[in-house]
Design a protein around this ligand. Structure first.
Ligand code: SAM
Ligand code: SF4
Ligand code: SF4
Length: 368
C-alpha cells in the first residue's frame, strides 16, 4: 500500500497576525503592542533574594520618593493612552502593588476604560500576596479580574528565608484563598525555581494546589539586576522541572495562545493546570507584546532594557493621554529588543570588556 503523503506542519508564525493591533502599533519585529505592565510603586515589604537582596536594597537604598511617583490620575492617563492604541490588558505590579495607598481607586479607574472598539479593559495584578487576605474583596469590587500571586515554597522555613523578612507562608496561602473566595479569576501562582534553594518544593506545591482551580507556574530564575548571586548554574531549566513532574504525574500539553509566556500542561486527571516560563532556556522574545511603565513614568520596551522613554513630561499637556499615545506609538515602532534571545552574546561581550554583569533594569522598578 502506498504511504499517504506527509504534509509538514505549518511553521509557527512569528509575524503579524491579521486580527491583532493596528499596523501603527507593531514594532520592528512585527510584534503588536497588546499589554501594559504598570508598576505602581517601587518599594516592597519583602526582600526576595532573587529580586531585592537586602545587601543591595537596604535602608539607604534610593527608592523613589512619593513626589517622584506618579499620581493615580497620571497613571490613569498613561493607561488611557495605551488603551487608545489597542491595549486591552493592564497588569498592575511593583514593588509590591498592594503597598500603594488607595490602589482600589486606581483599579476602578483603569477598569472603566474602553478600547477604541468599545471593549472593557481587563485589569490584572501580580502581588506577593502578603496583604491579599484583607484586600481581595475590595479589589474585586473595584474591578480587578485576574491575580497572580508569587509563592516560592510551601515549606515555611524556606519561604521565610527566600522572602528574607521572615514572612510566614500561611498568610500568603490565606491571601490565595481569599482571592478565590472573592471571585478573582483566574488565580495563578508563580514560583521562581532556584537550584539548591526551593527546587524540592516543586512537587509539594503541585500536591497542594491540585483540585483548587489555581494555575501553578514555574519560572526560571532570571539575571535581572539586583541579585548579584545569579549564575546559570542556579537556573533550573523548565525541561528539568517538567521531567521531575512527569516522574510523578502524566502531563497533557495545552495549546499555547499567541503572546502567552508560558508553555502549559494539564495533569492528566485534570486536577491542575501547570505553566512553565522558560525565559532563560527557551526565550520567547518573538511573541513579546508587553510594554512596561515604571511609577516615575518611564516606558521600558524590554524587561532588560537599560534605557527608557520619559512619559511624565507629556502628562502636563491639555490632552495627556493623546500625548502619551503619540510617544508610545513612536517608541514601539522603533523597538527591536530581544535580550533573552541574545543573552549569551551580550553577557559574553560584557565579560570580554572586563565587566562582570550585563546591566539590566531593576525588576522591582518595572515589575517583572
Ligand atoms: N511584588 C510582586 C510579586 O512578587 O508578585 C510583584 C513584583 S515582582 C518583581 C513580579 C514577579 O517577578 C514575581 O512573580 C517574581 O517572582 C518575579 N521575579 C522577580 N525576580 C525574578 C528573577 N530574578 N527571576 C525570575 N522572576 C523574578
Ligand atoms: Fe518584592 Fe515581588 Fe521582588 Fe519579592 S519578587 S522582592 S515580593 S517585588
Ligand atoms: Fe520581551 Fe525583552 Fe523578555 Fe525578550 S527579553 S521576552 S523582548 S521583555
Amino acid at each position: 500500500m502506498q504511504a499517504a503523503p506527509v504534509h509538514p506542519l505549518p511553521a509557527v508564525s512569528r509575524g503579524p497576525a491579521p486580527d491583532l493591533a493596528p499596523a501603527a502599533c507593531r514594532d520592528q519585529l512585527g510584534r503588536p503592542l497588546k499589554d501594559l505592565r504598570l508598576s505602581v510603586i517601587d518599594r516592597c515589604n519583602f526582600r526576595c533574594t532573587y529580586c531585592m537582596p537586602r545587601e543591595r536594597f537596604g535602608r539607604d537604598y534610593p527608592f523613589l520618593t512619593p513626589a517622584q511617583r506618579l499620581s493615580d490620575q497620571e497613571l490613569l492617563e498613561i493607561a488611557r493612552g495605551f488603551v487608545s492604541l489597542g491595549v486591552e490588558k493592564v497588569r498592575l505590579t511593583g514593588g509590591e502593588p498592594l503597598l500603594r495607598k488607595g490602589i482600589e481607586s486606581l483599579v476602578e479607574g483603569i477598569a472603566s476604560l474602553r478600547t477604541p472598539q468599545g471593549r472593557q479593559v481587563e485589569v490584572a495584578m501580580t502581588t506577593n500576596g502578603s496583604l491579599l487576605a484583607r484586600k481581595a474583596r475590595s479589589l474585586r469590587d473595584a474591578g480587578l479580574g485576574r491575580v497572580t500571586v508569587s509563592l516560592d515554597s510551601l515549606d515555611d522555613r524556606t519561604f521565610r528565608a527566600m522572602n528574607d523578612v521572615d514572612f510566614p507562608v500561611g498568610r500568603v496561602l490565606e491571601g490565595i484563598e481569599a482571592a478565590r473566595a472573592a471571585g478573582l479569576a483566574p488565580v495563578k501562582v508563580n514560583c521562581v525555581v532556584e537550584r539548591g534553594t526551593n527546587d524540592a518544593q516543586v512537587l509539594p506545591l503541585i500536591e497542594h494546589f491540585r483540585g483548587s482551580g489555581v494555575t501553578l507556574r514555574f519560572i526560571e530564575y532570571m539575571d535581572v539586576e539586583g541579585p548579584s548571586a545569579w549564575s546559570q548554574s542556579r537556573v533550573v531549566p523548565s525541561g528539568e522541572i517538567r521531567a521531575m513532574v512527569e516522574r510523578a504525574h502524566a502531563l497533557v500539553p495545552v495549546v499555547r495562545r499567541a503572546s502567552e509566556t508560558s508553555s502549559n500542561y494539564l495533569i492528566a486527571d485534570g486536577s491542575l493546570r501547570l505553566g512553565f516560563i522558560s525565559s532563560v532556556s527557551h526565550p520567547f522574545c518573538g511573541d513579546c507584546t508587553r510594554a512596561r511603565v515604571s511609577v516615575d513614568g518611564r516606558l521600558f520596551l524590554c524587561l532588560f532594557a537599560t534605557d527608557s522613554v520619559d512619559l511624565r513630561a507629556h502628562l502636563a499637556t491639555n490632552h495627556p493621554a493623546d500625548a502619551v499615545a503619540d510617544v508610545v506609538r513612536e517608541a514601539w515602532q522603533a523597538r527591536g529588543d530581544r535580550y533573552s534571545e541574545l543573552r549569551e552574546e551580550l553577557r559574553e561581550d560584557r565579560r570580554a570588556s572586563g565587566k562582570r554583569q550585563y546591566p539590566t533594569v531593576r525588576m522591582s522598578l518595572v515589575g517583572g
